[in-house]
Design a protein around this ligand. Structure first.
Ligand SMILES: *Cc1c(COP(=O)(O)O)cnc(C)c1O
Length: 424
């Protein structure tokens, strides 16, 4: 077969784009060569519906072992008793959990999308808001932080069957204990979606959601630095609270409900090549060097936040506990859209983002979201964060000066050559 140069030329261009720029999208990271090698392997050819040693297809002896390794390593990494590594993405993990434990029309309570929550936590344009009845909690206008007593008030008023915590753009840590007390007060289950800070949680840098949350979902490709994917975990399995029985008349365990939520509930065959890559990433995350990495991610985020504040930028909640921050550009008379479109001209990649109580549309926005996970993988340290903020400030303050923008881009491209990525 003739080589598909159209596609491989594009992949080469994307490779160069990633090498040349400063990557500050909070949900992105750079995986290792061996994670990519596993993803690009012959495992993609295998059908393996079911779970290790309980498959609906023959020839699964080898993928049984690679999937089991992924499960065992994830358990070790998070101190979990039960894990399903098959969700194709974070959204799929949440869909599987909700399908498993809710009926259409049931009430759910999540963190407001416009305050930093995720679409799958009840947004009306998402399955979670269409199939279930959502209500939301948010941050306080004065502090930019969640008031835990108020979340409990909303829970007591709405009486949801599921409370969801976790976010895509919230820079502070979570009080899982207060949320569990709210859940217990109304008989709800508590789900933590740790898609963003999973790596910092695995290495003990943030509060442990497993102690208080019944179920935990995550993506594997953000701070966890694995392939694009998702998973579902529980520290302890327990009997389902809905009275669902097995054919033998025993109460079904939650693990069995959640497994069915993934397959056959919301997915078909698992992506065994991606699951093998997850196993590789978890092995990497169990190493001492990953612990150093996440500590540096957190340090770098704190320096970024401080450098922005020092230059007169407003950070929502005034700082960060994790790897990301939301910047309200209204004090600089800029929009998120203008910032994103201008920064990309200097090869700095960020994303525009709504800020809490935003008066602009999601296509314009008043803010940008910035994260340190990818640049830290690249090897950048504290002093480099200050330099990044200098570049961002220079670009934003000169957004209509094409000469300064292109000179800054050249400077950045040269600088990034000092930080090689990928060994090929
Ligand atoms: C990124 C994210 C997801 C979705 O992950 P995908 O892999 O893009 O589907 C879900 N929840 C939260 C909180 C996220 O940040």
């Amino acid at each position: 077969m003739q080589r598909d140069s159209q596609i491989f030329d594009l992949i080469q261009k994307e490779h160069q784009r990633q090498l040349h720029g400063i990557e500050l999208i909070a949900s992105e990271n750079f995986v290792s060569d061996q994670v990519m090698e596993a993803m690009g392997s012959v495992l993609t050819n295998k059908y393996a519906e079911g779970l290790p040693s309980k498959r609906y297809y023959g020839g699964c002896e080898i993928v049984d072992q690679s999937e089991q390794l992924a499960i065992d390593r994830a358990k070790q990494l998070f101190g979990a008793e039960w894990v399903n590594v098959q969700p194709h993405s974070g959204a799929q993990a949440n869909a599987a959990v909700m399908l498993a434990i809710l009926n259409p029309g049931d009430k759910i309570l999540g963190f407001d999308l416009s305050h930093g929550g995720h679409l799958t936590h009840g947004s009306l344009v998402n399955f979670s808001g269409k199939l279930y009845q959502p209500s939301f909690y948010g941050v306080e206008p004065e502090t930019g932080e969640i008031n835990w007593a108020k979340v409990r008030e909303v829970a007591e008023r709405e009486k949801p069957k599921l409370i969801i915590c976790g976010a895509s753009a919230y820079s502070r840590d979570w009080n899982y204990q207060a949320l569990r007390e709210a859940a217990d007060a109304v008989g709800a289950l508590l789900l933590a979606d740790i898609s963003h800070p999973a790596g910092l949680i695995a290495t003990g840098l943030l509060n442990d959601p497993f102690e208080f949350c019944h179920i935990v979902t995550t993506t594997t490709h953000k701070t966890l630095r694995g392939p694009r994917g998702g998973m579902i975990m529980m520290r302890k399995d327990f009997e389902n609270p809905y009275g669902l029985k097995t054919p033998k008349g025993e109460l079904r365990m939650m693990s069995s409900l959640l497994d069915s939520g993934v397959f056959p509930g919301t997915q078909g065959g698992p992506l065994e090549h991606v699951i093998a890559a997850k196993a590789v990433a978890f092995h990497e995350a169990l190493s001492p060097s990953y612990k150093e990495y996440t500590a540096q991610v957190q340090k770098n985020a704190q320096v970024l936040a401080k450098s922005f504040v020092d230059r007169g930028y407003k950070i929502i909640s005034s700082g960060t506990d994790n790897h990301l921050m939301l910047i309200d550009l209204r004090s600089k008379d800029l929009t998120g859209k203008l910032a994103e479109n201008t920064l990309i001209k200097a090869d700095i990649t960020i994303n525009k983002n709504m800020v809490p109580f935003d008066d602009k549309s999601p296509f314009v926005t008043s803010g940008i979201r910035i994260g340190s996970a990818a640049v830290t993988t690249r090897g950048l340290k504290e002093q480099d964060m200050d330099r990044i903020v200098d570049y961002i400030d220079r670009v934003l303050m000169n957004h209509d000066n094409e000469t300064i923008l292109s000179e800054t881009r050249k400077e950045i491209n040269n600088w990034m050559q000092q930080f090689p990525l990928f060994s090929y």
